[in-house]
Design a protein around this ligand. Structure first.
Ligand SMILES: [Zn+2]
Length: 254
């Protein structure tokens, strides 16, 4: 007598909101994705196997019951996957993402240099190195408890990443707006408080102390200056102005 074969594991998934755009699997007209698994699999792996990093998922239902990422799929569950919605009316305990971390420390991947500069210009502590390897990034993220910003989905899918965000736009100003929305930063913007080049906190300095570094017109029209104690860069209101596009100025309320 042959042994009865194991029951097949054939869950179905449905993604909601802007998560649909991230799905790398073909989606049928009824928006259902069918999967066939050879062994019990965590819902995190099932979702990420469809191309959607766990950092982008705020709420999961398995057969209408809220579950977390560790939930094991063992049968034919219907999985519903929801993105982060500011207005989603579900209990905090069932949400999988932190809407606003206590410490707003960011870490931008090598592919997001412009976004890193914009975040610093807005006053947010943002670590960035243009030649960091993936393992250096993960190490720094863990050590300094930073929010990972990257367009590398595989990096976001790592278990070590607790809070992260995948900017959807190619445009750095739109990426900044996305990050402001995701982490509710609009009331925390403090332009000209941080060095765009190195992330140092700017200090107010007297005009006399930086006089020899100023162009004639800057000397004439500006009296308030700050300087980065780490790299020496001098700033004044308007020091970025002619280099910023108007959308970014509006976003930062400059
Ligand atoms: Zn600096």
């Amino acid at each position: 007598m042959s042994k009865p074969s194991n029951l097949p594991i054939q869950p179905t998934l449905r993604f909601y909101g802007d998560l649909v755009d991230l799905v790398s699997q073909p989606i049928s007209d009824n928006r259902i994705i069918e999967r066939s698994l050879s062994e019990p699999t965590s819902v995190k792996d099932l979702i990420e196997g469809c191309g959607v990093p766990h950092t982008e998922v705020d709420f999961i239902l398995a057969d209408d019951k809220p579950v977390d990422f560790s939930y094991k799929i063992t049968g034919n569950e219907r999985i519903s996957v929801y993105p982060f919605f500011i207005s989603l009316e579900i209990p905090k305990s069932e949400r999988l993402q932190i809407s606003k971390p206590d410490e707003l420390l960011f870490l931008a991947d090598v592919n997001l240099g412009k976004l890193a500069k914009h975040l610093r210009l807005a006053g947010f502590d943002t670590a960035y190195k243009n030649d960091a390897t993936d393992s250096e990034i993960i190490k720094q993220m863990q050590k300094e408890n930073r929010i990972l910003l990257t367009r590398d989905r595989k990096l976001l899918m790592r278990n070590a990443v607790k809070i992260g965000y995948l900017p959807r736009s190619d445009d750095s100003t739109e990426q900044l707006e996305e990050v402001f929305k995701r982490f509710d930063l609009f009331d925390e913007i403090q332009p000209y408080s941080r060095c765009v080049n190195c992330n140092g906190m700017l200090e107010r300095v007297s005009k006399e102390s930086v006089m020899d570094q100023l162009e004639p017109l800057t000397k004439k029209y500006f009296d308030e200056f700050s300087q980065c104690p780490d790299c020496g860069q001098v700033y004044w209101k308007g020091s970025h102005r002619n280099r910023l596009d108007s959308r970014l100025e509006r976003l930062l309320k400059l």
